[in-house]
Structure formats: C-alpha cells, structure tokens
Design a protein around this ligand. Structure first.
Ligand code: UDP
Length: 313
C-alpha cells in the first residue's frame, strides 16, 4: 500500500510510519511541524519513506496512488492546544475534510485519529463507545474536543454520502519513547521533574484518574483497526486506571528520585475527573488488548528520556 500519515513527524505519527514501513508499505508523512519534529523521523532511512512539510488545513493533493490516509495531525497536549486553539480547531475540521477529500479523489481508505476527549469529563466510568460524552462547548479544552467530535461527524458523513471506507480510533492517553520532553503532559512533566530532582507538579488534589497505554500497544491497535472492516469508533487504551497522585509517587519510586510533590491549581476549567476505556469492542472486533504493562513500558520510557536529556542510563 501507499500510505499517507498526516502528523507523521509527531509522537504517534512517527511510530506509525515505522510500523507501516515494517509491514512493507510505502509511507508519505506530512507535518507542519508546529508540535511535531523532524528529529522524530530523521533516523528513518528507507527509500519507501518521504516527508512533506505542509499544513493539511490547506488544500491537500498528492500525485500518484494513495491506498490509505491516516489522519493523525493535531496538537494533542492540553498545553499545546491551549497555545494553538485555532490551529487545533482547523486541523480537526478543515484538515479532516482535506484528508477525506484526498481519499475520495484517490479511492483510498481513511483512518481518523480521534480521542478519549470526545467523552469530555465523563459521567460514567469506564467509557464505552456508545457513551455520547460530557463535553463543554466553550471550555478551555473545547478547541480539541469539539474539533475531534466534528472530525468524527465529518468522517461518518463522507462514509455515508460518498461511500468512503473509514475508521475511527479513539485513542486514550499514550506514553512512550519520543514524547516531547516539554509537551506539558503529565508523563513528560513528571519524568523530567523526577530526573531533575524538582518537585512533581500535581494539578488539583491529584484524585483525577487516567489510564496510560504504551505506544507500541496503541500502534498495534491502530494497525489492526486499519485492516479490519469496522467503521464505527473503537476505543484503544489500557483499562488500568490510576490517580495522578499515585502516578506521581510511582514515577518518584521508579526514578529513585528525591523529588517532593507540589500541588498546583488545575490549569483548565474542565480537566476530566476520570478516564478509563471500556475495550470490549477492541477485544471482540480486533482481538486487541494491551500487552505492555506499566512496569515494562514506563522504565523504557524513562530510559529514553534519560538518554535524550544526556543523563546516564
Ligand atoms: N497533570 C498534573 N501535572 C502536570 C501535568 C498534568 O497533575 O504537570 C494532570 C492534568 O491536570 C490531568 C492529568 O494530569 O488531570 C493528565 O494530563 P495530561 O496533560 O497528560 O493529559 P489529559 O489526559 O488531561 O489530556
């Protein structure tokens, strides 16, 4: 296949590009590099790989055949999308429209990277795909949440009206090597703080929960969904849920750090209080479930952070 990956120089995008090449496919990565980085793909020296520096909110056209478009482009850290709210809205809406338009022109399939954020601050836990969510239309996170919700609606409209073959993956918090050191999310923040011996910044009382998935598991789920026949959304995430305060303590222990914990106000008005995927559909439709436990994935991630920070591993 000839695959297009928007956001191909990002954290997930770059791992997906490697996976697609390993599967024997050609890959065209597109990224405007506002949150992605060429460093993430600089090591890929495969003649079947190419990179285009481009903003997919602009008209998108490529010469030659395309078999599948993976539309991953978007700021994904709350810190990033609060800094770029309009670009975030544009890439989820106009960018998704362009990805679908390219796929329609080429007769290609589209996989849209959606998010657990479509559930907002969920009133039920865990969240199945049938839950319609609790999203604020005007809150600080609305630029991301509503863009992704609109993106899903656009994908379904193209599927229904134009018969495009589409997939929607709802990705839960994913961590792993190559996450940007300063992207502001809890995993990079806590690891960098613990390694520097600085206090870990727990927002709110730390009682809010998240469920962390190792990147290889997320990419495996994405690949299985891409080659399945499932059009309706599928959650991909690790159901193992922990509070942010417990997570801070685990990172301090794992890094053997002398860091303390410092409580800070919640930075956004609608920080979800709980988040945990119901992965029944992924299990039944894709035979997928996470394979990499926290105890394996997190030390690998810490080792990658150490090496990028120039610390001894
Ligand atoms: N968080 C925190 N300290 C930090 C960064 C984040 O306590 O330094 C909290 C944040 O308020 C949220 C959770 O950790 O409740 C996960 O935040 P993240 O930015 O990783 O992504 P989210 O899951 O909210 O999209």
């Amino acid at each position: 296949m000839r695959c297009v990956v928007t956001g191909g120089a990002g954290f997930l995008g770059s791992h997906l590009c490697e996976r697609l090449l390993a599967e024997g496919h050609d890959v065209v990565a597109i990224d405007n590099l506002i949150t992605g980085a060429v460093d993430n793909i600089a090591h890929i020296r495969d003649p079947r790989f190419s990179f285009i520096h481009y903003d997919v909110t602009k008209f998108l056209y490529l010469a030659g055949p395309v078999d599948i478009v993976f539309h991953l482009a978007s700021p994904a850290s709350p810190v990033d999308y609060l800094e770029f709210p309009i670009q975030t809205l544009k890439v989820g809406s106009l960018g998704t429209h362009n990805a679908l338009g390219l796929a329609k022109e080429k007769g290609a399939k589209v996989l849209f990277a959606s998010t657990s954020e479509v559930y907002g601050d969920p009133a039920i836990n865990p969240q199945p795909e049938t839950y319609h969510g609790n999203v604020s239309t005007t809150g600080m996170r609305s630029c991301y949440d509503e863009a992704k919700r609109f993106g899903e609606a656009m994908v379904m409209a193209y599927h229904r009206q134009h018969g495009i073959d589409t997939r929607i993956i709802r990705i839960f918090n994913t961590y792993g090597p190559r996450m940007r050191l300063n992207d502001g999310r809890v995993v990079p923040n806590f690891i960098c703080q613990a390694l520097a011996g600085e206090p870990l910044t727990v927002y709110g009382n730390g009682g809010q929960t998240r469920s962390f998935t190792f990147v290889d598991d997320t990419i495996e789920g994405m690949w299985r969904l891409a080659v399945s026949n499932e059009v309706m959304p599928v959650n991909i995430g690790n159901p193992q849920e922990r509070t942010i305060l417990d997570f801070a303590k685990e990172i301090i222990a794992l890094t053997d750090s002398g860091s303390s914990i410092e409580y800070r106000p919640l930075p956004t008005d609608n920080d979800p209080q709980q988040r945990r995927p119901d992965i029944t559909r992924a299990r039944e439709l894709l035979g997928w479930e996470p394979q990499v436990p926290f105890e394996v994935g997190m030390p690998r991630t810490v080792a990658n952070f150490r090496s990028r920070l120039g610390l001894q591993t």
